[in-house]
Design a protein around this ligand. Structure first.
Ligand code: NDP
Length: 464
């Protein structure tokens, strides 16, 4: 309790801890959701002192409670004619500044808590993009790995049969995420159109000939590198000659590597859940094209890279280790682009000890709270996910704008808008961090910048 706080009134620190305890009690067994909320709340201490109205209107209590959670059965037939049952979800978290917007994840690890953490993050991320989009997230514990195209199609059709009741171009507009790429969006869109008999921009990440936007596949990776370039510029530095570590080998990782090559950096790694490849010669455009074919067409495993390119080393994942060998390779910059909590305390220590200058999060919440704290304390340039990877959803917003206007912009036009949005997000985070007394802390900048717009809209709209 601060000496400035009147008797009987808790200070904002105690208030935040009280709300956090309630969030944990009400959402038991959802550790990822607690982690995402804790990180935002830690940044909001400074805001609540200046703005008592957020507290009296219970904005923290309201913003952590999803507006709607939909959970449903997804039955489908596999190729052998067996019945399979998965669980489907859509979390409609917050619509204060626009229709719910956020990806669908198909991965066996998907559960309610993981999707709530992603939906919560999405609210602030979408606010930062400057576009009118609320936050949502969804998906299923379905594992597309090893399934035939027909099985994926039957699953997607069953999933959309239920989801179609809840979404719409002005209500909720899903997109892709882990395990949901162009193929899955195609099957989902086809089924929605068939059920509703309408051709609308109900999903983003669509194919180019049926309402998609140029640059959407590239947008998260490109945007993350544009954001990181601004971070480097703030220290009068650039990507020329920088050694870069990239994890994952999916959509975000591939286009991160492509943009790093455009800017003169030298990417060294890719990974998947089986292990890591380290190519000391660097991943050039030819090798990147090979990886894209491996992952997007043949749907193979990254270990094959080590067989194809002899100087590359493959290190299998060892779940017994407390660290990932990928983050112990000497490099200047790190782009975690696979999944949540993939950089733990030991990994952060390895990166810092090896002289890493920049971490930009392509994946959502890839660093544990401990790792984040270590980067901030070591003054590593640290770009949090809700800012650094916002280029994906920003370009989804541009796809929605093109769909509403029934026209298509050129590649250059979309890329230019994406680039400007990433520069604006960095500026907002950088200036907000400074304004609230923590210069250079882009975590605070992103959390506070994202929060203010949504919180003010919630105040304007009354108790809904
Ligand atoms: P993809 O499915 O295209 O690729 C995911 C990659 O990460 C694969 O290489 C996958 O390996 C690996 N991976 C996934 N889960 C795990 C795990 N539990 N352990 C180890 N490796 C894993 O997904 P995206 O590239 O689209 O997404 C990657 C990250 O970026 C996610 O955190 C996502 O939320 C985030 N993101 C994506 C956006 C987008 O536009 N696509 C937008 C903003 C954020 P394997 O094949 O072995 O599973």
């Amino acid at each position: 309790m601060s000496v400035m706080t009147p008797p009987g009134v808790k200070n904002s620190g105690d208030y935040i801890e009280d709300v956090m305890s309630v969030v944990k009690a009400k959402n038991a067994a959802e550790p990822e959701f607690h982690q995402a909320v804790q990180e935002v709340f830690d940044s909001l201490r400074l805001v609540l002192q200046k703005h008592p109205e957020y507290r009296s209107s219970k904005i923290l209590e309201r913003i952590t409670e999803p507006e709607r959670v939909i959970m449903f059965r997804v039955p489908w037939f596999d190729d052998q004619g067996n019945i399979q049952i998965n669980r489907g979800f859509r979390i409609e978290m917050n619509s204060a500044i626009g229709p719910y917007k956020g990806g669908l994840r198909f991965h066996p690890s998907v559960n309610l808590g993981i999707l709530k953490f992603l939906a919560f993050e999405q609210v602030f991320k979408n606010s930062l993009t400057t576009l009118p989009m609320g936050g949502g997230k969804g998906g299923s514990d379905f594992d597309p790995k090893g399934k035939s195209d027909n099985e994926v199609m039957r699953f997607c059709q069953s999933f959309m049969t239920e989801l179609s009741r809840h979404i719409g171009p002005d209500t909720d507009v899903p997109a892709g995420d882990i395990g949901v790429g162009g193929r899955e969006i195609g099957f989902l869109f086809g089924q929605y159109k068939r059920l509703r008999n309408e051709f609308t921009g109900v999903l983003t990440g669509k194919g180019l000939s049926w309402g998609g936007s140029l640059i959407r596949p590239e947008a998260t990776g490109y945007g993350c590198v544009y954001f990181a370039e601004e971070m480097l510029k703030s220290r009068k530095d650039s990507f020329a000659g920088k050694l870069c570590l990239v994890s994952g080998s999916g959509n975000v990782s591939q286009y991160t590597v492509e943009k790093l090559l455009d800017l003169g950096a030298k990417p060294l790694t890719f990974s998947d859940s089986d292990g890591v490849i380290y190519d000391p010669d660097g991943i050039d455009r030819e090798k990147l094209a090979w990886v894209m074919e491996l992952k997007n067409v043949r749907r193979g495993r990254i270990r094959e890279y080590g067989e194809k390119f002899k100087k590359a080393i493959f290190m299998p994942t060892d779940i017994k280790l407390e660290h990932n060998p990928l983050w112990n390779i000497k490099a200047d910059c790190a782009f975690p682009s696979a999944t949540q909590n993939e950089i733990r305390g030991k990994d952060a220590a390895n990166l810092i000890n090896n002289g890493c200058k920049l971490v930009a999060e392509g994946a959502n919440m890839p660093c544990t709270l401990e790792a984040t704290k270590m980067f901030l304390e070591a003054k590593v340039l640290y770009g949090p996910a809700k800012a650094a990877n916002a280029g994906g959803v920003a370009t989804s917003g541009l796809e929605m704008a093109q769909n509403s206007a029934r026209l298509s912009w050129t590649r250059e036009e979309v890329d230019d808008r994406l680039h400007k949005i990433m520069i604006a997000i960095h500026k907002n985070c950088f200036e907000t961090a400074e304004k609230y007394g923590t210069p250079g802390n882009l975590v605070n900048g992103a959390n506070i910048g994202g929060f203010l717009k949504v919180a003010n809209a919630m105040l304007d709209q009354g108790l809904v």
